[in-house]
Design a protein around this ligand. Structure first.
Ligand code: ADP
Ligand code: MG
Ligand code: MG
Length: 248
């Protein structure tokens, strides 16, 4: 699904990622953990193709295709979904209408016709039922006055609708409350399948109580310094990151 080889990336001429190797197969969930400032968000941004980040060396391939020169929208259309850390508010545009536009933009980019209205309605109904999202929520203005949990609900709904091959959830260090955490985790668990993959980026272990990863990687100072199974997350929770820092 995703292959990253010897990835180096800089921001404002400062090297942040210093040789990342990562292989994510379909059906897998990988967690990336690490101390603040180690480069976790930079990695997710570089995979998504954000322009402030300059990839200086290495390879990023999705299903065997080198995507490192593609624009963020093109990567999105190929099936990469990055959770939005700073959701935009669009007064007057409902959750549903925003989604309809996004789906049709994506189809247009692939040379497809707009999705017929009845098919769109069916998809919205199916996904909102799966995620237990009520109708009232779907007609609200995008992110306007949304609580933390509602923002997450909207993000997970977008993810469900777009059916990405690879979803990257960067939960940042902002600390989700327990409700938001459950919403994200339930959504991700319901959307997990043998055909898609998820990278969960988190500073804290607690999200991984709900989304159980197949692999855990520790990013420190721009490199993956340790990889293991889900038990590694507990080890980190218990011992903190100092021992990782001491070893590197
Ligand atoms: P993490 O997500 O692990 O906390 P980040 O990827 O956010 O780490 O940051 C890694 C380093 O890169 C930090 O030193 C941070 O200051 C720097 N950095 C990240 N994004 C930017 C940016 N847009 N402009 C300048 N520096 C940045
Ligand atoms: Mg940070
Ligand atoms: Mg971060």
């Amino acid at each position: 699904m995703l292959t990253i080889k010897d990835l180096h990336a800089s921001v404002e001429d400062k090297e942040i990622l210093k040789g990342i190797n990562l292989e994510v197969k379909p059906g897998e969930v990988h967690a990336i953990m690490g101390p603040n400032g180690s480069g976790k968000s930079t990695l997710s941004s570089v995979i998504a193709g954000k322009e402030e980040y300059e990839m200086t060396d290495g390879l990023i391939a999705l299903e065997g295709e080198d995507i490192s020169e593609l624009a963020p929208e093109e990567r999105a259309h190929k099936g990469i979904f990055l959770s939005f850390q700073y959701p935009v508010e669009i007064p007057g545009v409902s959750v549903t209408n925003f989604m309809k536009t996004a789906i049709n933009e994506s189809r247009k980019a692939k040379g497809l016709e707009e999705m017929p209205a009845n098919e769109m309605l069916k998809l919205i109904r199916e996904k909102s039922e799966l995620l237990e999202i009520d109708r009232k929520f779907l007609s609200r203005s995008l992110n306007e006055g949304f609580s933390g949990g509602e923002k997450k609900r909207n993000e997970i709904f977008q993810m469900a609708m777009l059916e990405p091959k690879l979803a990257i959830l960067d939960e940042t260090d902002s600390g989700l409350d327990i409700d938001a955490l459950r919403i994200v985790a339930n959504g991700v668990n319901k959307l997990r399948s043998k055909d898609n993959a998820v990278i969960v980026i988190t500073h804290y272990q607690r999200l991984l109580d709900y989304i159980v990863p197949d692999f855990v990687h520790v990013l420190y100072n721009g490199k993956i310094v340790k990889s293991g199974g889900k038990e590694l997350a507990y080890e980190l929770e218990e011992k903190g990151y100092d021992w990782v820092k001491a070893q590197n």
